[in-house]
Design a protein around this ligand. Structure first.
Ligand code: DX5
Ligand code: ZN
Length: 217
């Protein structure tokens, strides 16, 4: 079970401190949300921030691309130090090629599905990915409420990877707190992104431990 704090909810005026705090608090990955104002209605950060984050942590960087034309930018994010690069299937008509390109660049490819996108969309690319990210909110903003209707899809994807005996992580992102993380774990998820549940708590370590203790139940 891995916990990936999303820095979208961090205080950017002291980003290095925020990252150190979650690293010391027991985080497994740092989740970085890249938004372009086109694929999603919000603009956040680019490769420069990924490069800066890389300098202040030894944790793997989980870079979630919520951008149009992701194939044009995967190299910039790989060069900036991304360990995982996850791409939305809804954003890329040539997703198979983009996933292979990510691997060729030395990063771990992941595929992302919006809440409204069926699991069957990814059957042809399962062998190409190290991670499947199932959005549990509609992407664009932190602090939204978890969508329960995604739970059956987590089960479905878990069955798909088990059937093919693939070693693929199943990540969930959006509205994750100790309670919703536990529901996702029961459905088959093993990587949990949390933004506000961690950074809105003054004690980040306690927030991470709270999620982890629920996951061990
Ligand atoms: C949403 C982002 C999430 C977001 C999660 O578009 O992909 O990673 O930061 O934030 P919370 O945990 O607050 O829902
Ligand atoms: Zn995200």
């Amino acid at each position: 079970m891995k916990i990936a704090p999303s820095i979208l909810a961090a205080d950017f005026s002291k980003l290095a401190d925020e990252i150190k705090e979650v690293e010391l608090g027991g985080a497994d990955y740092i989740h970085i949300d890249i938004m372009d104002g086109h694929f999603v209605p919000n603009i956040t950060m680019g490769p420069m921030i990924v490069e800066a984050v890389k300098k202040v942590t030894s944790l793997p960087l989980d870079v979630h691309l919520m951008i149009k034309n992701p194939e044009q930018y995967v190299k910039a994010f790989a060069d900036a130090g991304a360990d995982f690069i996850t791409v939305h299937i809804e954003a890329d008509p040539h997703i198979h090629r983009t996933l292979q390109e990510i691997r060729r660049l030395g990063a771990k490819p992941g595929i992302v599905l919006n809440p409204g996108t069926p699991a069957s969309m990814i059957t042809s690319v399962l062998e190409e990915v190290d991670m499947i990210l199932l959005m549990t909110v509609n992407p664009g903003f932190g602090g939204q409420s978890f969508i329960d209707a995604v739970l059956p899809k987590i089960r479905e994807v878990k069955e798909m990877v088990e059937l093919k005996q693939l070693n693929v992580d199943i990540e969930v992102d959006g509205g994750i707190n100790s309670e919703t993380a536990n529901k996702c774990k029961d459905a088959g998820a093993n990587v949990f992104v949390a933004g506000s549940a961690i950074f809105n708590n003054q004690d980040r370590q306690a927030a991470i431990e709270e999620i982890r203790s629920q996951l061990s139940k």
